[in-house]
Write a protein that binds this ligand. Structure first.
Ligand code: GTP
Ligand code: MG
Length: 357
């Protein structure tokens, strides 16, 4: 058979295999129901401490990039402007309350940079893996970036969700999704995929939601929250009606090209990935990691090896956890993935299995 035909067939196969790979890894409706019940129960208890408190989910339980048995990310929002609440103290009060009233294993971290409460529930028949949950206080930006990610997913769920979910599974299986061990968070990998779909792919698969300005097309729209501009175009109905991508590449093609781009083309040494603004230089952001920057110690230099700008907290490098070794490993994994997907054009299922081994 002609090599071109074989390649076509492999790409079709790869896309089908990606869908089938991801499907059984999605959370069951039972799991989602139990988690929602747990959220409601904790919220009720927290309201006895502060009646205007609400408990909201963020992260993968509601950005549509959730995998089965993933952690719950929760945040307490206090609506009463007259309530004076110090996050560390509130974490301590919640800890004693939940210790008393629930079966959760409770671990408060009230003096962390961002005070949180960690909860764990032992496995049960309904939840064979138990529940692990982090509760933060007043982190409203996390709610906004969760909504941004969800809106991107909603525009083209088949391609966007499949790619992100696959990348999450792959990065976990290949052990490069551990911010505490020098690699990158799921949030970081998700931003990389979205960056690629908005800014790298031509024609783009996704529009830049932070740059669609329907009201005053010549000016920048601004919605301020905690001193950050959190504006993005979130009118999904209008988007569906008025925006459609003219990029028709299959999810398999996009995956291979994603790996190829981050193996060969992206300039890790001097570029910053910005979902908001495209490719920026480290220099322009002051995120330099050269040895010759005087006075910076080893730790400080390691903070800007990989640079991913947060969509709203633009002075914040989401990939600050990635060390020199971590980046070396991640780049090695991108190359390995490219190699497997381009040199194994027989069975796509086998290529995916090998990729995630
Ligand atoms: P899994 O837990 O692996 O399923 O993925 P996840 O989608 O929940 O991602 P992750 O746990 O990495 O992050 C959860 C949420 O926390 C994200 O959706 C963000 O809202 C927020 N978050 C995580 N890391 C950062 C960070 O470095 N900066 C900011 N601003 N927010 C973050
Ligand atoms: Mg999470």
């Amino acid at each position: 058979m002609h090599p071109g035909v074989l390649h076509r067939r492999f790409l079709n196969d790869l896309s089908t295999s990606l869908f089938s790979f991801v499907l059984p890894l999605l959370p069951t409706s039972e799991e989602l129901n139990v988690k929602e019940e747990v959220r409601g129960l904790i919220e009720k208890l927290i309201k006895t401490l502060e009646p205007s408190a609400r408990l909201l989910s963020f992260g993968s339980s509601c950005n549509s990039f959730g995998l089965r048995n993933s952690d719950m990310d929760l945040v307490v929002l206090i609506d009463d402007p007259n309530a004076t609440i110090e996050p560390g103290n509130f974490v301590e009060s919640m800890a004693s309350l939940l210790e008393r009233e629930t079966n959760f294993n409770v671990k408060p971290l009230p003096r962390a940079r961002i005070p949180i409460l960690k909860l764990e529930l032992a496995p049960s028949p309904a939840l064979p893996f138990g529940i692990a949950c982090d509760i933060g206080i007043e982190n409203r930006l996390a709610i906004e970036n969760t909504r941004l990610l969800l809106t991107y997913a909603t525009i083209d769920p088949a391609r966007v969700r499949t790619l992100v979910l696959f990348l999450k599974v792959w990065s976990k299986r290949r052990r490069i999704n551990s911010p505490y061990r020098g690699t990158l968070s799921s949030y970081g990998f998700t931003l990389m995929v979205l960056y690629y779909l908005v800014h790298v792919k031509q024609p783009p698969v996704l529009p830049n939601l932070q740059r669609i300005m329907p009201m005053r097309p010549m000016e920048e729209e601004e919605v301020m929250l905690e001193g950050k501009n959190v504006y993005f175009f979130d009118d999904v109905e209008t988007l569906r009606r008025e925006w459609s991508s003219v990029n028709f590449e299959s999810v398999g093609e996009l995956l291979i090209d994603f790996f190829r781009f981050f193996s060969h083309d992206f300039q890790f040494n001097n570029s910053v990935l910005s979902l908001r603004a495209g490719q920026l230089t480290k220099e322009s952001k002051g995120w330099v990691n050269d040895i010759d920057v005087g006075g910076l110690n080893e730790m400080a230099r390691d903070r800007n090896r990989l640079c991913i700008e947060d969509p709203f907290e633009v002075t914040y490098n989401v990939a600050r956890t990635v060390t020199k070794d971590g980046l070396y490993t991640i780049r090695g994994e991108f190359m390995r993935a490219t190699r497997i997907l381009t040199q194994r054009p027989d069975r796509a299922v086998l290529a995916l299995a090998e990729l995630c081994r």
